[in-house]
Design a protein around this ligand. Structure first.
Ligand SMILES: O=C(O)CCC(=O)C(=O)O
Ligand SMILES: [Fe+2]
Length: 312
């Protein structure tokens, strides 16, 4: 099949002209770069933070090895250089006074399903910063997909369709749909917490990235259905778009070492944590930066249509 050499066709990013204070080495042809020569810290100067943000807008996910000096507080303070850090809307933070989200395999929190973080609310995070705390000896990689490249590479008729579509996202998503073993007790507990407030939000399937002007797809596992379509049609169409987003050409896969940090632009990516490490222990911690409400190509904004606290 011929491959279109498209990459972020409508980006308005200016080329970097200043002297980069560090090296950025692309990994995938369409997404992902390793950054070398920088020690992440809240004390980085403004130029360095701007250069990281610029590289992030271009490559969508950045990897930094050897950042073991970061503890929880330093990770969060670094994240705050990109905007206001926010706690997860339903899952309690790692500790009081922290807004970090911990994903610990012992507690059944394995994100092995394609998603963009927290799209069940309107102003979902713009950036997530993940630190490898305990990494299994083999496996436990994370994969990211570029949703700007996915949009740009859609056949024109599908792009036109996506341009018109809106989807309902909810945190009460069908997590059981692809599982063949029952939940463990701790997974059930986590689920309950995850949905302690039920959210439903309508997003345009195509949003205009507020910093690059690129069009990106807003999909992933929180999508319940498309507005104006039956469940059956929604499921089929979601699968069709999903196949385009997650094509291997569109992805990059990171083999973690303890102390690595990954930063992704949550407005232009989906990700998937590969759960191939059996009972080995894996812990990652995420700092999350507040994002703005998506705007569709016609200027209409996403909106929350339900927010309901569950009792009992
Ligand atoms: O465990 C991972 O690698 C990614 C987890 C995840 O989905 C997240 O931190 O948002
Ligand atoms: Fe995630």
């Amino acid at each position: 099949m011929p491959e279109l050499p498209t990459l972020a066709a409508e980006s308005t990013l200016a080329p970097v002209t200043s002297n980069e204070p560090f090296q950025v080495r692309p990994i995938g042809g369409r997404i992902g770069a390793e950054v070398r020569g920088v020690t992440l810290s809240a004390d980085l100067d403004d130029d360095a933070v701007a250069a990281i943000n610029h590289a992030l807008l271009e490559h969508k996910v950045l990897f930094f090895r050897g950042q073991s000096h970061l503890d929880d507080a330093a990770q969060e303070a670094f994240a705050a250089r990109f905007g206001e850090t926010v706690a997860h809307p339903t899952v309690p933070s790692l500790s009081s006074g922290s807004r970090l989200l911990e994903l610990d395999s012992k507690h059944g929190t394995r994100a092995n399903s394609w998603h963009t973080d927290v799209t069940f609310v309107d102003a979902y995070p713009k950036i997530s910063i993940l630190r490898g705390v305990v990494i299994p000896p083999a496996g436990g990689d994370t994969v990211w997909a570029n949703t700007a490249a996915a949009y740009a590479n859609l056949p024109e008729v599908l792009r036109d369709l996506a341009d018109k579509l809106w989807a309902l996202h909810s945190n009460a998503y069908d997590y059981a749909a692809t599982r063949n073993v029952p939940d463990t007790e701790s997974e059930r507990e986590y689920r309950k917490q995850f949905t302690s407030t039920l959210y439903e939000t309508e997003h345009p399937v195509v949003r205009v990235h507020p910093e690059t002007g690129e069009r990106t797809l807003v999909l992933g596992h929180f999508v319940q259905r498309f507005i104006g379509l039956s469940q059956r049609d929604s499921d089929r169409l979601a699968e069709l778009f999903h196949d385009h987003v997650t094509r291997l050409e569109n992805t990059v896969r990171w083999r973690w070492t303890q102390g690595d940090v990954a930063i992704w632009d949550n407005r232009a990516t989906q990700h998937y944590a590969v759960a191939d490490y059996a009972d080995a222990h894996r812990v990652v911690r995420r700092a999350t930066v507040h994002g703005d409400v998506p705007v569709g190509i016609d200027g209409r904004k996403s909106r929350i249509v339900k927010q309901e606290t569950r009792t009992a």
